[in-house]
Design a protein around this ligand. Structure first.
Ligand SMILES: *Cc1c(COP(=O)(O)O)cnc(C)c1O
Length: 387
């Protein structure tokens, strides 16, 4: 079955729910058993305890597994929790974590914070390292973490080369990838040899700027360690949130296609707009990541970066405080457009980011791109007029 069909049909069974198209929301903490025998066999019951899930959360997991080509999936209360729990599942005191330098900044904070306190060391590597990743492996390296394209800076990693080189050196090293930018519709980490696929469902899968959730998808080999971690950490997501996430997933292919088209339209317009010094979008021909993106990805989402000239804070304020359609906010992936100034260099330690110009991260929503372009055009004019 093709992905677009799976998104519609996986994770629901109307016959089990009086014909309802969508799996209903079960609010449940206590689950009752009819007999002592059933009570004693609670671990094999479809529902045993609210924390372990209900038909709604199971339906979401089923649909995600089908899309990710995964054997199992753990839902978490945020994308950050998915990442942090996955790391904790595999790392023990004394272990080393090799982390991509372009990683989402809260992940970096976790590595340099709690993980460090627990006796786990992290070193950072250049996202474009490719097969030379082996130069950075240590005897105690247990996890290699990837995120592609990188947060804010959008470098596309050569995931197959990295995974192959790591596994060739030491088969027991676990690779994980934060796939929030592409979603499993446009990129399937497990198909590229990655052990654990991480997703902030909060972003495109939720898709409506409301629900917070994350997922950890894996193959059978990693089920025990991840499931035990889920159990011991007491992870649980609310049934209403799971319902919203699954509802978002149903329209993912239509929305993402439109995000891609709108994003590319706006990116191409920016490329030729006077005063725009750089556009970083892997879907653009000539972009540094374009070749690998073309080889590995099925599409591009609509989050990318662009730079204007050198600018003062007053210029940035003149520009962004007066947008009519673009909002200023951090969590992207909803239906609406967003624009924020950002500082990439602040989150780098292994590589340098030497862009001197004023850099922005843009999320292109589902509006008509003509209206978005008009808003941006006026904004860029305000930026330069305030100089
Ligand atoms: C937003 C984001 C996360 C975290 O997701 P939350 O649900 O907000 O915790 C993780 N990784 C990337 C790349 C993100 O953009």
């Amino acid at each position: 079955m093709k992905d677009k069909t799976k998104l519609i049909h996986e994770g629901r069974n109307p016959a089990e729910h009086f014909g309802a198209v969508n799996t209903p929301v079960y609010h449940v903490s206590t689950v009752l058993f009819e007999t002592v025998k059933e009570l004693n066999q609670f671990t094999t019951a479809r529902m045993s305890y609210g924390r372990h899930g209900s038909p709604g959360t199971q339906a979401l997991c089923e649909a995600l597994c089908a899309l990710e080509h995964a054997d199992g999936c753990i839902l978490t209360s945020s994308g950050v929790q998915a990442i942090n729990v996955a790391l904790l599942a595999f790392l023990k005191p004394g272990d080393h974590l090799l982390m991509v330098d372009s990683v989402y900044s809260p992940t970096r904070i976790f590595c340099d914070g709690l993980l460090k306190d627990f006796g786990i060391t992290t070193s950072y590597y250049d996202p474009l390292v490719g097969a030379n990743i082996t130069d950075h492996l240590q005897a105690n390296t247990k996890v290699v973490f990837l995120e592609s394209p990188g947060s804010l800076s959008f470098e596309v990693q050569d995931v197959p080369a990295i995974v192959k080189a790591v596994k060739k050196t030491n088969e027991s090293i676990i690779t994980m990838l934060d796939n929030t930018w592409a979603t499993p519709l446009f990129y399937k980490p497990l198909d590229h040899g990655v052990d654990v696929s991480l997703q902030a469902i909060t972003k495109y899968i939720g898709g409506h700027a409301d629900v917070m959730m994350g997922s950890i998808a894996y193959k059978e080999t990693h089920k025990t360690v991840l499931e035990q971690t889920r159990y011991q950490m007491g992870l649980s997501v609310g049934p209403d949130d799971a319902y919203l996430a699954l509802r978002g997933l149903r329209s993912l292919s239509a929305r993402l296609q439109r995000h891609q088209d709108n994003g590319l339209t706006v990116a191409k317009w920016l490329q030729q707009r006077e005063g725009v010094s750089r556009v970083i979008h892997p879907g653009l021909e000539g972009d540094a990541g374009h070749a690998i993106w073309t080889r590995d990805f099925k599409g591009a989402s609509s989050l990318f970066g662009f730079a204007l000239g050198d600018g003062t804070r007053a210029q940035v304020e003149a520009m962004l405080d007066h947008m009519s359609l673009f909002g200023m906010g951090f969590s992207w992936g909803g239906y609406e457009s967003l624009l924020i100034p950002c500082n990439v260099a602040r989150n780098r330690t292994a590589t340098t980011w030497d862009m001197k110009e004023q850099y922005f991260r843009i999320h292109v929503g589902l509006e008509d791109p003509d209206d978005l372009i008009a808003d941006l055009d006026a904004a860029i004019t305000r930026f330069y007029e305030a100089a």
